[in-house]
Design a protein around this ligand. Structure first.
Ligand code: 7O9
Length: 540
């Protein structure tokens, strides 16, 4: 009996030790991620609980403050991250590889976006959500919206910023200024004859009132600006400088080193900032739920529409994109996506793929082991032009609006929608007030009324979160696929070999390799001295 008891005790002790070790290991690996997911859930619960308390607007602002800090922190990192990533990423490759990779990246982005649109169109045609949502939803006539041609010109203008500093905080935007036109002469004014009023002695004679025809108001397009970062201009400029730095050899190295240092600093800031995420996410999500108008409206009128969009996004994000990854790389996409979960949670909480970019970069480099040069090029490009979720959403929304209006779309019009939705999602970052303008472009391309956008705005804030997740997932899987396709062109650079050699050596030997101003390259057993400017040993 005693013996059994003691063996049971040892068994339990071993077991509890095992459990403890497992728990510790789990917390170490997934603790932050679990906390982030929990904080989304807690944020939702808190938001719905506090809705009943009818906070004042001021109280809501105070309540959202910790979440606002999270957004500000993430957005702060975007500019240094994209400029330094593009410059250092592209400078580390020769121009041939850059060209090949650029071509593959853009082709891949185009096709996946187009596939997302097709998924959307197929689902919305099958589910037909417009049938339930018939027209008792109120419509508000919006103001004038710029034409597609003006939007396209704005996009091209934004690609070439006239002032780089200005580009960091504003975009060029054609503004429509109302101009009252004088009544055209030749039109005779109308008259109204008022019968004299017997009771009013002042009106003894008949009175004629002249009715001026309503003046014509035309909207004149004038140059203006919008308070959004001109990403497209900055991305194009940084990529060009990066390419050129790569062709300059050693003379370009100091600049490349500056960029790499900035990049690493950003990564370090993120590593520290992740500890604030759980708290920030709770208040960000709860604050958004407090601000939300009436959720039951979405449930009743737009329920099927929301289901269509979400199932389209699910299909594209969990089936099509991972399958594409599987077929091209012949690797299991599940561990890859698991490495990205932190970024997906942040995308859900912030509903902005650009604010999530720093975390996506961190996940790809640290969890998925993607080559730095690939991640530094593919991710900023993806955040700017690859928006699978947005394209899918716009196609579904346009067809939904057609269904509500009982407007039959023929095959040609479906093709038009798929092309405009793809193009609009690619150009979105370069078009001021993109959300509205791109939707108008898609609608007007098939002759649907632009005012009907008001039908779907109620559900927009919620669906935005899900499509942002798909946008982020699309960019990250693209990086994995492109890294696979370019793996032969990207054998480890000499510098990487040097760094790994140094890292594998005992600390006492490092000074031998990088003595103050002298740098040695170690390739196999061959050690050669290199000019000191060539490497930045401080980074090792
Ligand atoms: C969604 F490259 C970066 F990181 F610097 C970058 C910065 C800003 C890239 C893009 C942007 C940017 O402004 N993008 C943008 C995206 C501008 C307007 C609209 C959208 C579309 O956003 C998505 C959507 O609404 O569907 C989604 N919220 O992925 O962020």
């Amino acid at each position: 009996m005693e013996c059994m008891k003691s063996s049971l005790q040892t068994l339990l002790a071993v077991d509890s030790d095992n459990v403890k070790a497992w728990l510790k290991d789990f917390c170490k690996r997934n603790g932050l991620l679990t906390l982030s997911v929990l904080s989304v859930v807690v944020g939702c619960l808190l938001g719905f609980l506090l809705r009943d308390m009818n906070f004042s607007d001021q109280a809501k602002i105070y309540f959202s403050f910790p979440g606002e800090l999270l957004m500000r922190m993430l957005k702060m990192l975007i500019l240094p991250l994209i400029t330094s990533s593009l410059m250092s990423g592209l400078s580390a490759m020769d121009s041939k590889v850059c060209g090949k990779m650029g071509l593959i990246t853009i082709t891949y982005y185009l096709w996946t976006t187009f596939m997302a649109v097709i998924v959307g169109i197929v689902l919305v045609s099958i589910i037909h959500p417009g049938a339930d949502a018939k027209t008792d939803v109120e419509r508000v006539s919006g103001g004038p919206v710029i034409t597609s041609a003006d939007a396209l010109l704005d996009l091209i203008r934004n690609m070439i910023p006239s002032n780089l500093i200005e580009a960091t905080f504003q975009q060029y935007r054609t503004q429509l200024i109302p101009v009252v036109q004088p009544v055209t002469s030749g039109k005779t004014p109308d008259f109204v004859y008022l019968v004299p009023d017997e009771k009013d002695p002042t009106l003894s004679k008949p009175v004629f009132l002249e009715l001026t025809p309503a003046p014509n108001v035309i909207y004149k397009p004038l140059p203006g600006s919008s308070k959004e970062m001109n990403v497209l201009g900055i991305v194009i400029f940084s990529a060009t400088i990066g390419l050129l730095l790569g062709t300059m050899g050693e003379r370009g190295t100091p600049m490349v080193n500056v960029c790499q240092c900035v990049n690493e600093c950003v990564m370090k800031i993120i590593s520290a900032a992740v500890w604030y995420f759980p708290l920030g996410i709770v208040f960000l999500v709860a604050g958004k739920i407090l601000e939300m108008r009436d959720p039951s409206l979405i449930g009743k009128k737009l329920g099927m529409y929301a289901v269509t969009v979400v199932s389209g996004l699910l299909l594209h994000g969990t089936v099509i994109l991972p399958l594409l990854y599987l077929f091209i790389t012949r690797k299991n996409p599940i561990p890859y996506v698991r490495g990205l979960l932190q970024a997906l949670v942040i995308a859900l909480a912030t509903s902005s793929s650009s604010a999530t970019l720093p975390i996506t970069m961190k996940c790809l480099l640290e969890n998925n082991g993607i080559d730095r040069r690939i991640a530094r090029f593919v991710l900023p490009m993806g955040a700017t032009i690859n928006m699978d979720g947005t394209a899918l959403y716009e196609a579904v929304a346009a067809i939904f609006i057609a269904q509500v209006n009982e407007y039959e779309l023929d095959f040609g019009q479906l093709i038009t929608i798929s092309i405009t939705a793809t193009a609009a999602s690619i150009g979105a970052a370069g078009i001021p007030q993109a959300g509205l303008v791109t939707m108008v472009i898609v609608l007007t391309s098939v002759g649907l009324p632009a005012d009907d956008i008001t039908l779907i705005v109620a559900a927009d804030w919620a669906l935005d979160r899900f499509r942002t997740m798909v946008n982020v997932l699309g960019d990250a899987l693209a990086a994995g696929i492109i890294a696979h396709l370019c793996r032969k062109d990207l054998l480890p650079s000499d510098k990487d070999i040097l760094i790994s050699k140094i890292q594998n050596l005992p600390a006492s030997e490092i000074p031998l390799l990088a003595r103050k101003d002298r740098v040695f390259e170690v390739l196999g057993d061959v050690v050669t001295e290199k000019p000191a400017v060539y490497y930045n040993i401080a980074q090792v």
